[in-house]
Design a protein around this ligand. Structure first.
Ligand code: NAP
Length: 313
């Protein structure tokens, strides 16, 4: 059996919350590892321009990821690939984090697994993923140069990414299920100035169709009149909200009914030694700035927890 790797702090997730927690924990001389199933940076990697992160008037998401990663590892925190399948708590309160790359053990775990884009759940969506259906304009916009694409949603993500797409593709049609946008006014105003971007309200996408190889059209329904129609489009970018990445945590009993992790203002969950930070939390505002704040608090809380337990021992 492979030897279990031991740390002071295991951080699950290496987005802005996890990376900031790693900076704080490792700077406090705790042996720290971040474990993530993908590249560090989390959703920042899917974000084009960020202009509400202090210190930068404007920065590309992947560039901010690189800078945060450099900060998070400068005091010796490690970064490790691995998909976490569960967390067990031993009798001595040590936690064992099970990953597909082996088990890790520490007295403290910080959950910073973030969230992922909700899927529409319509026919064709799964079949055409990577063939025209996308949840990442930054990753996929370039495939649609000179073509017409659609966006589904009406929040900050849909409008922000529609603007980004409009700079690259021929034209963008945003399907909004209700009669108004939820996005911040500044984003709405910018979108309205784009001549190749239009909004279609009260309209839901009910199916995504193609020739088996690529998307060709979407089926629509007008939610007021029930009128159905077909709209030709080469790509469908879906931005209809977020869901928490917490399926591996269910047995801990630290999530609410929707799956978001519940923690107090010290980032403590109800399990001693398990803290949480960032978008995975049940909270009001999911932003990079708030994730970073949570991460700092969680990293410091990890230090306080370990210091208290060492002095008791
Ligand atoms: P969101 O704010 O939850 O908005 C989801 C949008 O999708 C809403 O317009 C909603 O319509 C629509 N929607 C939900 N289910 C749908 C369905 N089945 N079919 C069609 N439309 C559907 O999600 P988000 O835009 O992904 O943003 C997530 C979080 O990140 C938010 O807190 C947001 O503020 C933040 N964010 C911030 C920035 C920024 O500050 N620059 C950028 C991106 C994201 P209804 O309005 O009808 O419910």
């Amino acid at each position: 059996m492979a030897e279990i790797k031991k740390y002071d702090v295991i951080i699950v997730g290496a987005g802005p919350a996890g990376m900031t927690a790693a900076t704080y924990a490792s700077r406090a001389e705790l042996k720290t590892v971040m474990v993530d199933q993908g590249i560090y940076g989390g959703q920042m990697n899917n974000t084009a321009e960020i202009e509400n992160y202090p210190g930068y008037n404007q920065i590309m998401g992947p560039d901010l990821s690189e800078k945060m990663y450099a900060s998070s590892t400068q005091f010796g925190a490690e970064y490790s690939f691995g998909s976490v399948s569960g967390i067990d708590i031993l009798d001595n309160q040590e936690k064992v984090v099970h990953t597909d790359m082996g088990d890790l053990q520490a007295p403290v775990v910080i959950i910073a697994t973030g969230s992922e884009h909700t899927h529409l759940g319509v026919p064709g969506e799964e079949d055409y993923q990577g063939k025209g259906v996308s949840y990442c304009a930054v990753c996929d916009a370039a495939f649609f140069k000179g073509e017409s694409v659609s966006v589904v949603g009406g929040g900050d993500s849909a409008v922000e990414e529609a603007i980004y797409l409009a700079n690259i593709v021929k034209d963008v049609t945003v399907f909004v299920r209700g009669d108004q946008l939820r996005a911040q006014p500044i984003l709405q105003q910018r979108a309205m100035k784009k001549e190749n971007l239009r909004f279609v309200y009260n309209t839901s996408v009910t199916a995504i169709q193609g020739d088996g190889e690529e998307v060709q059209s979407v089926e629509l329904v007008n939610n007021k009149t029930d009128e159905r129609s077909t709209f030709e489009t080469a790509g469908v970018f879906i931005y209809i909200g977020l869901k928490p990445n917490t399926t591996a945590l269910e047995s801990l009993g630290i999530t609410d009914q929707q799956g978001w992790v519940q923690a107090n203002e010290k980032m403590e969950t109800k399990v001693p030694g398990i803290f949480a930070a960032g978008d995975v939390l049940a909270k009001e505002l999911r932003q990079i700035t708030t994730a970073v704040g949570d991460g700092g608090l969680a990293g410091q809380a990890a230090y306080n927890y370990i210091a208290a337990n060492r002095s008791e021992a």
